[in-house]
Write a protein that binds this ligand. Sequence first.
Ligand SMILES: NC(=O)c1ccc[n+]([C@@H]2O[C@H](COP(=O)([O-])OP(=O)(O)OC[C@H]3O[C@@H](n4cnc5c(N)ncnc54)[C@H](O)[C@@H]3O)[C@@H](O)[C@H]2O)c1
Length: 372
Amino acid sequence: MSRRISLGVIGLGSIAQIQHLPNLARLDDLFSVKAVADISPSLNEAIADRLPGEVFTSTDWRDVCSHPDVEAVLLLTSGAHEQLTDGALRAGKHVFSEKPLCLTVEGAERLHTLASKRGLALQVGYMKLHEEVLAELRDALEKVGDLRLFRHTVYHPEDSVCLGPAETIRFDDIDHGIISEAAAFEQKRTVEALGDLPAEWGRLYREVVAASFVHCVSFIRGVVGSLPRLTSADMWRPSPSEPPCILARGVYPDHSRVEMTWLWLPSYPAYRESFEAHGTQGSVQLRFPNPYMRDRTASLTVNTKDTVARHPGGKQSAFVRELRHFHRAITTGEHPDDALGAREDTAWMQDLVAALARGHGLRAAGEAGRRR
Ligand SMILES: NC(=O)c1ccc[n+]([C@@H]2O[C@H](COP(=O)([O-])OP(=O)(O)OC[C@H]3O[C@@H](n4cnc5c(N)ncnc54)[C@H](O)[C@@H]3O)[C@@H](O)[C@H]2O)c1
C-alpha cells in the first residue's frame, strides 16, 4: 500500500485547474489535498468546495507552508518560484515547483543546497521529461547513427488558442499588493541575472525565455545529458508590442548542432511543439501535446533504413507521471536533482538573452556578464 501524501496547493489558476487538480483527484490513492492558497479569496473558496473533505484556505502561501497537516506543496503560482520554494523548504515541506524555479544561478544552487541539507524533495515541473515515450526515444537515439542535428521547435499561438475549450474560473478579488511585491522581487533577481538592461529585456527573460523557452532548454539537457555551447541567437518580431520569435543555435563537443526555435504565431490554428534528432542512419521526431489538454501524450516517429516506426505515446500524460514521480521521490527518499538542472538551464537562458541583447548593442552584466 502506498502512503498518501497530504498536500498544500499554492496558486489555483489555469494549470492548476486544467492539469494538476484533476490529476491529483485521480491519484487520490497517492495524494490528498489538505490546504490551498491563492491571492483570490473567492477562488480559494470555489476550489476548496470542489475538493473532498475539509480543506484549509488562505490568501497567504506561508499559512499553507506552515500548516501541520501539510507534508508537501505544489507551487503553481505565476512567475518564478524562488521565494515560495525557499519558504516551503524552510518550513520542512517537500516541494514540487512549476517552472521556472528561479531566475538566478545562485538561487537554483541555494535551493538545491537547502533541500539537500533538510532531506527534502525538490522537483521542478519539467513534465516533458516524464513522457512515457522517452524510453523509446533514448533507445532510438542509439539506433540512428552519429547524431548531427537536434531541433526543438515551439509554435506558440496566443493564449486563447492554447487554452482552447478548457474552462477555468477566475475572480478579480486579488490582492494587488502581493502581485507588486512579487514583481519587485523578480525585478531584483533579473538585475542580478543580467545587470541593468532596459526593462523590455527583463520582460523578455522572465516572460518568454524563463517562462516558455525553458521547455526547449530543459528537454535538450534532459535527453542529451548536457547543454550545447551557444553559438548564435536571433530574435525578430513584427511589432514591439508582440512577443518575439527566437532562434538559438548551439554546438556539442562532438560537433552535432542544436537549433531551438520558439515561434510566436498568434493566429496559428493550434499549439504545436516538436523535438527532432537527425543522425547518419536515420531520424527521430517527437511531437508533444498541448499542455492545456488533459490526457494527451507525446508520440514518437523513428525513421531508419526501410522502416518507419511509430510509437503512439503512453497511457498516462506527462503531468500525471510527474506527480507519481514526486510521490515516489518523497516516499523512497530518492530525490530528483532538478534544481541542479534548473541551474544549468538558468545559466544557458541568461547567456541567450545576453547574446540577443548584444545583437542590439547592449551589454548584459550580472551573472551573465561574469560568465563571459
Ligand atoms: N508545465 C507547463 O507546461 C506549464 C503550462 C502552463 C503554466 N505553467 C506554469 O504554471 C505556473 C502558473 O501558470 P498559470 O498559467 O496557471 O498562471 P495563472 O495566472 O493562470 O495562475 C496563477 C495563479 O496563481 C495565483 N497567485 C499568484 N501569485 C500568488 C501568490 N503569491 N500566492 C498565492 N497565489 C498566487 C494567481 O492568483 C493565479 O490564480 C507558472 O509558473 C507557469 O510557468 C506550466
